[in-house]
Design a binder for this molecule. Structure first.
Ligand SMILES: Cc1cc2nc3c(=O)[nH]c(=O)nc-3n(C[C@H](O)[C@H](O)[C@H](O)COP(=O)(O)OP(=O)(O)OC[C@H]3O[C@@H](n4cnc5c(N)ncnc54)[C@H](O)[C@@H]3O)c2cc1C
Length: 605
């Protein structure tokens, strides 16, 4: 006998309590609507807390030549011109105000000598632009947003997993999930729902992401009728730990290269010089001496005309370079390359990169002030995601909104480091306002159809009531191995078709998942629902990658190595028709002439 689930009605329900969800919930509350904030783990434990390098905003504190226009252009160039132009504009324009707002709410950033927010250089950014707190920026950001949300009295539901959204012909009506503590069902009737659930890293074997990144929001949106765009663009961060095996994939922040870290192969060669794209080579230092001058100037927060080191090329490019070095036999003993910052004074390294120092000392027994680290690419971020309106975060389903990593468009084919934390603040605020406005326009209390609730409840119970079937852990391993080997940095049509067929088999086996035990804190049972989402999202990535017959940004096709003009104005779109995923393309409206000129200033796609 199933008892009636606990019920928590709100005007707006925000699913996800990272930077995007918290900023959105603060906006909803500030506009006077009732807001509930749900997260799978404890408040403060989202991915945002792991962010190390910083938040990008054209404050111009270290180099006053910086401007929103330059930030916009860097973002478009980094995204290979596939970005949603309006999102990239709003982001560059509003990031400085959002960072100052955060400071006003109590965030304590590192300082310039004259007491302003300090900014560090990062890959693909023309000027030092990342406001930071050592290499623990996300922690400070979450602490500040969390304090504010709690002080505003926002209702927080920790350790609750949302598994279903309910809808009627006018849009979303609420969310259904369970409490991880006892496994009991919970319903959240809401006039508007805002997804801020983050990324998809757990679709791969090697990732910088934690267990929480199982593509839940993307899959929930698909099932509710929303569209996903450009899911083929998965960012493989160039520098994850490669050894020991237990920490493979753990992030080595780009701040190491921003502070002067040099990449070398097993021959001792600084190989990034060979991999700079011809059309952008002029942006990078021509010699070791010039790169060194740049490092010294930026570490003293001094403006310089020296150009940046080759290690600060965009992430897609550095990842391909490392992959190629290893594949061609010039890798380090554990299958990576060397990243060296030990030529700088030890106390400077410990002060600028305290987490990295401890991470390598504790986990690998390596002192990064005395010798190089071993690093290699790791699955880090998804540029694709739910299609949203730039101004309001509205998806194509009425009442459903999205912000943060779960949303697509902002970063195009490749994200620049630091542009995610600023994205969370800018579009968290905008989507919060959008969701609050939608809620205010609806007079009636939201009504969740009991038939949909019962069906969701039966799905929860099914894997516990089967006596034989498939083990979810084994199936997830198969899925991750498939994605890692066939849908990784380099792709081909035959590998992608193979991946789609294998994911189809995995989907079939997932109909029969079976787990022992009950519902209270049962990780196997929790995995069942995450696996269902991972299967949908992996399928969407592989199918989108097959459709895009070119190489652009993070999507590299060995069988279509060129970046094709014909693809710059097309999104790859995924939606659901019953149980099947449907993949197609949709045109991107041409950029207004003045915006195109700005985006292309200093070079083409
Ligand atoms: C190690 C690391 C370092 C990084 N460093 C930087 C950096 O320096 N600068 C930068 O710009 N970016 C950085 N990034 C990227 C950036 O941190 C993330 O893209 C960003 O934090 C995502 O924020 P979010 O609010 O979208 O999601 P998150 O912060 O991940 O929050 C997601 C929330 O959704 C909840 N959730 C998920 N599914 C469900 C569900 N089914 N039900 C209920 N709740 C759910 C989770 O519990 C969590 O609360 C880094 C990422 C990593 C992994």
């Amino acid at each position: 006998m199933i008892s009636a689930p606990d019920r928590h009605p709100h005007d707006v329900l925000v699913i996800g309590a990272g930077g995007a969800g918290l900023r959105a919930a603060i906006e909803v509350a500030a506009l006077g609507a009732s807001v509930g904030l749900v997260c799978k783990s404890l408040l403060g434990k989202a991915h945002t807390v792991m962010a190390e390098g910083g938040v990008a905003a054209a404050l111009g504190h270290v180099d006053d030549r910086d401007s929103w226009q330059t930030h916009f252009r860097d973002t478009m160039v980094g995204g290979k011109m596939l970005n949603n132009v309006r999102m990239a504009q709003l982001h560059a324009l509003e990031a400085p105000a959002r960072v100052r707002e955060l400071e006003g709410w109590g965030a304590v950033f590192d300082r310039t000598r004259d007491g302003r927010i300090l900014q560090r250089p990062f890959g693909g950014h023309t000027h030092p632009r990342l406001a930071h707190v050592g290499d623990r920026t996300g922690l400070e950001m979450i602490r500040t947003l969390q304090d504010r949300a709690v002080a505003m009295g926002i209702a927080v539901y920790m350790e609750h997993t949302i598994t279903h959204l309910t809808t009627n012909p006018s849009g979303v009506t609420g969310a259904f999930g369970y409490r991880r503590l006892d496994g009991d069902a919970v319903v959240f009737p809401a006039k508007a729902i805002l997804l801020a659930t983050g990324g998809i890293g757990k679709a791969y074997e090697v990732t910088s992401n934690s267990w929480e990144y199982s593509g839940d929001g993307q899959a929930l949106a698909l099932r509710a009728g929303a569209e996903l765009i450009d899911m083929e663009f998965v960012q493989f961060h160039p520098t994850g730990m490669v050894w020991p095996p237990g920490v493979r994939g753990l992030l080595v922040t780009e701040a190491v290269r921003g502070e002067g870290g040099i990449l070398r192969n097993s021959d001792g060669e600084r190989f990034m010089w060979q991999y700079l794209p011809e059309d952008r080579r002029h942006e990078y230092a021509a010699t070791d001496e010039e790169a060194r001058t740049w490092v010294e100037a930026s570490s003293a927060s001094r403006q310089t005309d020296a150009r940046r080191p080759p290690e600060l090329s965009t992430r897609d490019n550095v990842s391909r370079a490392i992959y190629t070095e290893v594949r061609e036999g010039r890798g380090s003993p554990h299958g990576g390359v060397f990243l060296d910052i030990s030529y700088l004074p030890a106390d400077h390294v410990r002060r600028k990169l305290p987490s990295m120092y401890e991470q390598f000392k504790e986990l690998a027994g390596v002192d990064i002030t005395a010798g190089p680290m071993e690093v290699g690419p790791t699955t880090h971020y998804v540029m694709g995601g739910i299609r949203v309106d730039a101004e309001t975060g509205a998806t194509t389903v009425p009442g459903l909104f999205a912000a943060g990593e779960v949303a697509g468009g902002m970063h195009g084919a490749n994200r620049l480091g630091g542009n995610s934390l600023s994205d969370l603040l800018v579009f968290g605020q905008r989507a919060g306002a959008g969701a609050a406005a939608r809620a205010a326009s609806i007079a009636d209390d939201p009504y969740m159809n009991p038939v949909q609730i019962r069906a969701a409840e039966e799905e929860l119970e099914a894997p516990l009531s089967r006596t034989g079937g498939t083990d979810p852990y084994r199936l997830r391993e198969q899925l991750q191995a498939t994605m890692q080997s066939l849908v990784g940095i380099y792709r081909t049509a035959s590998d992608l078709k193979d991946a789609i067929a294998r994911i189809g088999d995995i989907r079939h086996l997932a109909d029969d998942l079976c787990v022992p035990g009950g519902r209270a804190f049962n990780p196997g049972w929790n995995l069942v629902f995450e696996l269902r989402n991972l299967i949908d999202i992996s399928d969407a990535i592989a199918r989108s990658a097959l459709v895009r017959e070119e190489s652009r940004g993070a999507h590299s096709r060995l069988d279509f190595p060129a970046t094709e003009k014909a693809w710059v104005d097309r999104n790859v779109v995924v939606c659901r028709d019953g149980e099947t995923l449907v993949v197609g393309t949709s045109p991107i409206p041409p950029m207004p002439k003045d915006v195109r000129a700005l985006a292309e200033a200093g070079g083409g796609a």
